[in-house]
Design a protein around this ligand. Structure first.
Ligand code: CA
Length: 545
């Protein structure tokens, strides 16, 4: 155990040395050489006694000595919830055998308040919830504020097991120097993602099944446009589809092989490109959407459609196609349809993505959410590592997602779970401490979402997961990389947005004006941005191996 303490000091020294001496570009190379640090640490991790002689195996308690952990984290986004004393949160500490000493900052101003605090170094906390979206530019990592957790993997059996089973997240969590510094909370990433939805009653009236390709899709839209789908005697009041403009790239990009949601993507050979600068496929995409617009299938003024408008139209039975986060399917759209009876036959139903030149897909989400690190200034690093490890264990995730049996949920005869009447009261459940991602590394749960939505909706979600493709991964940036991206990307993105609108509405022509569009992207230094994205992607692939 002496070795552990020594290595902790070495880490601090090394980090300071790096700060003092190394501002050049050589670090990238050392990062590449070191990306297997984490794998070695996982492989060599074994349960050993800590400095008190106690052996933690991944189950509670984490110590025999008691003690306090100072935790700097975030208040709940519900003003009526005292998350630090919520029963679910306290249960974790009680089982672990330590007590929390909270330093909680307001949910809305967490980044603004905590970032300067961390930058000043004037903090007295063992565990810290990382502000600034989990330190994507490695500002805190490079300042030596956080312990490389892989040096303490002997005390983190749950986390090492999880990392081994999740290579993508492991690669995303691996910093440029080859260490892992944070334990993440997790988003649902493949389930309940944005998808295409149809009014099933209109589909049946048209005598069609859900189209799986662009040609059939256009045929269906024309049918919706030209027929009295809502049966009010007026064949001209139907709006074939109602979507917010930000979902157009989600909806049609994949049929052209493009992930316009992430913007950057890699081909099969690992070459990174900017989807909005793909001179063949993106041009075809724009020509297709322009075709919808010129036929009135995508409405004039489509760029001002918001969700309230979509809901209003659905409630009046005026529209047949939508595209939104899956949640909207039964919770915002179907439920307002005049004839919805709780079944899929009368609902807005999610369907498979559209294919075109290429096989369609849906773009998922990155799973990493709020991150927690152990402060190098802590006097009890081992204990803090063990606590984070215990707090991210499956055992604790079950508490975060469901609470306690008999209080917030019951187990049915078939083994499935249901919230109790209390559990179905959101205010009660929030006060109970459900999903306490503000203060602990909690994961969102698909199962807990399944029971909130209509049963047919949960079933559709399970079916659509097969079409989800990972988005551009979260990869740590070097300072130089983030400087370059911050310098050029905003102009590139705003030029791309305004140009897309011009091409779709015909103000610009995909035949005559597209080459100028590509040339303008070049002059906005897109090459340099793609170059850094390529370097990041190479690091990611290396860490993935
Ligand atoms: Ca009508």
């Amino acid at each position: 155990m002496k070795k552990k303490i020594v290595s902790a000091f070495l880490v601090i020294l090394t980090a300071s040395a790096a700060l003092a001496g190394c501002t050049g570009g050589d670090k990238e190379e050392s990062g590449l050489a070191n990306t297997n640090k984490v794998d070695n640490a996982i492989e060599n991790a074994s349960t050993v006694a800590d400095s008190t002689g106690f052996v933690y195996t991944g189950e509670a308690p984490i110590t025999n000595e008691g003690g306090k952990l100072k935790i700097l984290a975030q208040e709940s986004n519900y003003s009526f919830v005292d998350i630090g004393s919520a029963p679910i949160v306290l249960k974790i500490f009680e089982e672990a055998g330590v007590s929390p000493e909270w330093q909680l900052y307001a949910y809305d101003t967490y980044e603004a308040e905590v970032s300067p605090l961390l930058s000043s170094g004037k903090i007295d906390a063992d565990i810290i919830k990382i502000p600034d979206s989990g330190d994507p530019n490695q500002v805190y990592i490079k300042s030596g504020l956080f312990v490389p957790l892989d040096e303490f993997f002997d005390y983190m059996p749950n986390y090492t097991k999880w990392l081994s089973a999740h290579p993508v997240e492991k690669a995303e969590l691996t910093a440029e120097d080859g260490h892992i510094y944070y334990v993440p909370g997790l988003n649902v990433a493949d389930d309940y993602q944005p998808c295409l939805m149809y009014n099933q009653v209109w589909l049946d009236k048209a005598g069609m099944s859900a189209p799986d390709n662009l040609d059939d899709f256009v045929t269906l839209l024309r049918y919706f446009r030209d027929n009295d789908m809502n049966g009010n005697g007026d064949a001209s009041d139907e709006i074939p589809m109602s979507i917010m403009k930000e979902f157009i790239p989600y909806m049609f990009g994949p049929a052209f092989g493009l992930d316009l949601v992430s913007g950057f993507q890699a081909d099969d050979q690992g070459n990174v490109f900017y989807a909005y600068a793909d001179s063949e496929n993106y041009r075809d995409y724009l020509a297709f959407v322009n075709g919808l617009y010129s036929e009135g299938l995508l409405e004039p003024g489509f760029d001002t459609v918001d969700r309230d408008m979509v809901i209003d139209r659905i409630s009046k039975d005026l529209t047949g196609v939508a595209y939104d986060f899956s949640w909207a399917m039964s919770m915002m759209y179907s439920n307002v349809l005049p004839y919805y009876d709780g079944t899929a036959a009368t609902a807005f139903v999610g369907v498979a993505p559209l294919s075109g030149k290429q096989k369609g897909f849906y773009v998922g989400r990155n799973s990493l959410a709020g991150m927690f690190g152990v402060n190098t200034g802590s006097s009890q690093i081992e204990l803090a590592c063990k606590f984070l490890d215990y707090a991210m264990s499956d055992h604790c995730q079950d508490y975060y997602q469901w609470g306690f049996e008999g209080e917030s949920y019951i187990v049915n005869a078939d083994g499935s779970r249901a919230y109790t009447d209390q559990g179905n009261d959101n205010e009660w459940l929030q006060k109970f401490g459900i999903n306490p991602a503000f203060v602990l590394p909690a994961a969102q749960s698909v199962e807990a979402t399944d029971i909130l939505v209509a049963p047919w909706h949960a079933e559709i979600n399970r079916d659509l997961v097969q079409y989800i493709r990972h988005p551009w991964p979260d990869i740590y940036a070097t300072t130089k990389e983030s400087d370059t991206a911050n310098l050029y990307l905003p102009d590139i993105q705003s030029f791309v947005d305004s140009s897309a609108l011009d091409f779709i509405t015909g103000k610009k022509n995909t035949e005559g004006d597209f080459d100028d569009y590509i040339a303008e992207l070049d002059s906005l230094n897109l090459d340099e941005v793609v170059e850094i994205k390529q370097a990041q992607y190479n690091r990611y692939l290396k860490a993935l191996k």
